[in-house]
Design a protein around this ligand. Sequence first.
Ligand SMILES: Cc1cc2nc3c(=O)[nH]c(=O)nc-3n(C[C@H](O)[C@H](O)[C@H](O)COP(=O)(O)O)c2cc1C
Length: 147
Amino acid sequence: MDHSNNAQHDEGLPERSLHNLIYCSLATPNLDPAEIDQIITTAKRYNPRYGITGLLVYGSGIFFQWLEGPKDNVIGLMKRIGEDSRHLNLVILSEEDEVRERLFPNWDMELVEAAEIGDVLKNALKEASDEKQKQMLLMFLKQLQIA
Ligand SMILES: Cc1cc2nc3c(=O)[nH]c(=O)nc-3n(C[C@H](O)[C@H](O)[C@H](O)COP(=O)(O)O)c2cc1C
């Protein structure tokens, strides 16, 4: 397909690569639920300063977090999160650089109940405008149905 007629060249706006990182981890046994609110409060203060958006899912003692933003900032935050004693056994599920729109442009860091993650992803899919976004969301929805 030839899109050349539609191509827009915004000379002053180079395409920006978005770093996307997804991990899951195990909450420290007997973690006080107040700590979850504390994490979100910290994130809402910290993430906007670094252009980081995403969501944190917590349920059944497991965290699942989606971070998107400039590469160095996401890696810097991930290092701090990795050293946090409120969780263990952190496993990175996916990490990549892509030129695409953010999936959660308005969420500095939103806490989502485990039961609600399917709906959140389906809504994001409805609003998604670019093909890469859609592919990622579909991949996650597919994984959730298998799990
Ligand atoms: C599961 C989990 C998710 C977290 N997510 C974020 C986050 O998105 N943004 C953030 O600033 N801190 C987050 N934190 C908190 C950081 O690990 C760290 O406590 C915080 O950045 C303050 O770091 P400091 O004590 O070095 O200032 C998270 C912690 C956990 C356990």
